[in-house]
Design a protein around this ligand. Structure first.
Ligand SMILES: C[S@@+](CC[C@H](N)C(=O)[O-])C[C@H]1O[C@@H](n2cnc3c(N)ncnc32)[C@H](O)[C@@H]1O
Length: 228
């Protein structure tokens, strides 16, 4: 199989698909709370107090709508919260100049690195388009604060191990062994607290001809070889 490298994948029509939903808000039927099962700002608010601040990093943030809505509340309520969003496409909504708590970064998550740790890291329907999904999960786990929370949408059917054995349950088991959880009902990978995640898989490349996954949109399969 002819697998794609990082730059080829990021130029692919599947990753640049203009029909994908980049417009989720913070709350409601097209909201982050529905996808994640919690309101991200609610989680951050529970951390505030006793002089503590909080920070939220959203990977593959799309237009940034959810982050802008959160930042407006942070600004209006005078909360000590920093919000950072990263997306390859850079198709961000306009940000009010007074929302100094918010930073939207146009970058590829294959090489972007943060300069701080985060209490909450989310990735809502972004991993479907990322080449090295397991690598990004491992990096995100390392960017958490000691008691931080990382949660990301993940379709295990889009992770392939090239030895031909069925992968779904196996990858979920590998994630659990590494100290993460996989919520099958919500299709979410979850990491509680900063972790060094060492998975026994070596990234080989991506296939953008995988077809639609559970979202109904064409997604990217990520291929791995076993590390023995
Ligand atoms: C389906 S959208 C989801 C956007 C947002 N999280 C939402 O739910 O509204 C997926 C996003 O992933 C971004 N993306 C895909 N590959 C990426 C990469 N390697 N680095 C950063 N962003 C990426 C795309 O540009 C797109 O905006």
């Amino acid at each position: 199989m002819n697998l794609l490298g990082g730059e080829e994948l990021e130029r692919s029509a599947v990753v640049a698909n203009c029909r994908m939903n980049r417009e989720r808000g913070l709350l409601g039927s097209n909201g982050y709370d529905r996808e994640l099962g919690f309101n991200p700002l609610g989680v951050l608010k529970t951390l505030l107090g006793e002089g503590r601040s909080a920070a939220w990093l959203d990977l593959c943030c799309g237009s940034g709508k959810a982050l802008i809505e959160a930042a407006r509340i942070v600004h209006a309520e005078g909360l000590d919260v920093e919000v950072v969003g990263v997306d390859l496409a850079g198709m961000f909504r306009r940000v009010d100049p007074d929302l100094t708590c918010l930073r939207l970064v146009e970058a590829s998550l294959s090489d972007w690195r943060p300069d701080r740790s985060f209490d909450l890291i989310t990735c809502v329907h972004g991993l479907h388009y990322v080449g090295d999904k397991l690598g990004l999960i491992a990096r995100a786990a390392s960017w958490l604060a000691d008691d931080g929370l990382f949660t990301a949408s993940l379709d295990l059917h889009n992770v392939k191990i090239s030895d031909g054995k069925p992968t779904g349950r196996r990858v979920a088991a590998d994630l659990r062994r590494a100290g993460l959880d996989y919520d099958r009902r919500r299709r979410l990978v979850v990491c509680r607290g900063r972790k060094v995640v060492d998975l026994p898989h070596r990234y080989l490349g991506a296939d953008d001809r995988a077809g639609p996954n559970y979202t109904g949109q064409p997604a990217v399969d990520s291929y791995y070889g076993s590390v023995s």
